[in-house]
Design a binder for this molecule. Structure first.
Ligand code: PLP
Length: 430
């Protein structure tokens, strides 16, 4: 007898359907919003089995909700992971991921070029928990190797690093993580699985700020943690949340009981349960609706961004453009390797007029919105040195790619000609 190969739907089909069924009771086709705090138990035994992790089911929306479950299944399917956990924000996804892995006094290595808020979270909030970040440089792979110590518990990178234009060599860093025996965590917010699927390059955990391109319409803050199912949490017992009996769950060892989705379970039943950053089911619904058009939107973001980058590269007031879709860009080859469909919708460029010109440009745009978000259908602009990266020291700003002359664009899905015309008129005063 021959095995029939399992049919696997394509990405666009998964974006519309993964995780969703018509509602069994009402037959509603769109995913219903289960706007409830809690779920009724069948009887005392049913309640006991849910609380003891002996059965799957809904207890309380802080640790699970059927609307959020569809979002979790869909993002896990799109990323090619085994399971996912939806939470209140991208920062909450990072908090719960590290809380599941680290004990006070532990270290993790992070690429220096990251979203400014993550740099702050790692340098300040996490240090106050005794979790110590060690910075490395993704352009100097040996710096990751050098940063490994016996206390290292994880490596963290962004696939395409915010403020855009930087494509990370995920497979090379995954090899370093494997040699160090620690999981590689990839923030895939800017790429989305439409452009890059980090598990295919050796990542162990993928996280998202769903606030950006996954939701895609600038209307909901949310985050997702995806378990790649590939890491052996029991080896060497370095991750006690997963490898030691849990007193609050009758001695269950999560890494043994839940196999290749143990990380997602631990982040839910320990992290989300105890720290509490739940995603509202209403926001889960909005993010799910956004994901249905993910492949269409991201391709359009990429095509528009390339057209805008080409326009800026020719403009006399622009000193440089950092878009890996442009031939000659330092990340062009990495972009071709990791993101052949496009280099994303977010990138930076420099103004010859420096800080003042950056301030003048963001004041002069009309179609672009001047705000601190990315990944909206609308085109967005920010001058990081005066806003998102303001709290960093000058040297850290430059290291994070946010020097005084830098402007960041998140190119929307409007007509490219209108986006370019708006920049053209605003550059006159920059
Ligand atoms: N990761 C990246 C790459 C981001 O750009 C952001 C936000 O800008 C975050 C994480 C944090 O996400 P959130 O704002 O949803 O907490």
């Amino acid at each position: 007898m021959t095995d029939t190969p399992q049919y696997s739907p394509g990405f666009a089909t998964l974006a519309v359907h993964a995780g969703a069924q018509p509602d069994p009771t009402t037959k509603a086709r769109a995913t219903p919003i289960y706007q409830t705090t809690s779920f009724v138990f069948d009887d005392v035994d049913h309640a006991a089995s849910l609380f003891g992790l002996k059965a799957f089911g809904n207890i309380y929306t802080r640790i699970g909700n059927p609307t959020n479950a569809v979002l979790e299944e869909r993002v896990a399917a799109l990323e090619g992971g085994t399971a996912a956990l939806a939470v209140a924000s991208g920062h909450a996804a990072q908090l719960l991921t590290f809380q599941t892995l680290l004990s006070p006094g532990d270290e993790f290595i992070a690429a220096r070029k990251l979203y400014g808020g993550s740099i702050n979270q790692f340098n300040h909030a996490f240090k106050s928990f005794g979790w110590n970040v060690v910075w490395a440089d993704s352009d100097d792979l040996a710096s990751f190797e050098r940063a490994v110590s016996p206390r290292t518990k994880a490596i963290f990178i962004e696939s395409i690093a915010n403020p855009g234009g930087i494509v990370t060599d995920i497979a090379a860093i995954a090899k370093i993580a494997k040699r160090a025996g620690v999981p590689l965590i990839v923030d895939n917010t800017l790429a989305t699985p439409y452009l890059i699927r980090p598990f295919e390059h050796g990542a162990d955990i993928v996280i998202h700020s769903a606030t950006k391109f996954l939701g895609g319409h600038g209307n909901s803050i949310g985050g997702v943690i995806v378990d790649g199912g590939s890491f052996d949490w029991l080896r060497e017992g370095r991750y006690p949340f997963l490898s030691q009996p849990r007193p609050e769950y009758e001695g269950i060892v999560i890494g043994e009981t839940f196999g290749n989705f143990a990380f997602a379970i631990a982040a839910r039943v320990l992290g989300l349960r105890d720290l509490g950053p739940a995603l509202s089911p209403f926001n889960a619904f909005l993010i799910l609706t956004g994901i249905e058009t993910l492949p269409l939107r991201i391709q359009r973001h990429c095509d528009n961004a390339l057209a805008v980058a080409q326009f800026l590269a020719e403009h006399p007031k622009v000193s440089w453009v950092s878009y890996p879709g442009l031939p000659g860009d330092r990340y062009y080859n990495l972009a071709r390797q990791y993101a052949p469909k496009g280099a994303g919708g977010v990138f930076t460029f420099g103004l010859k007029g420096g800080y003042e010109a950056g301030v003048a440009l963001v004041s002069g745009v009309k179609l672009f919105s001047h705000l601190a978000n990315i990944g909206d259908t609308r085109s967005l602009i920010i001058h990081p040195a005066s806003t998102t990266h303001r709290q960093l020291a000058d040297e850290q700003k430059t290291l994070a790619g946010a020097g005084p002359d830098v402007v960041r664009l998140s190119v929307g899905i409007e007509d490219a000609a209108d986006i370019i015309a708006d920049l053209e008129q605003a550059l006159k005063s920059a």
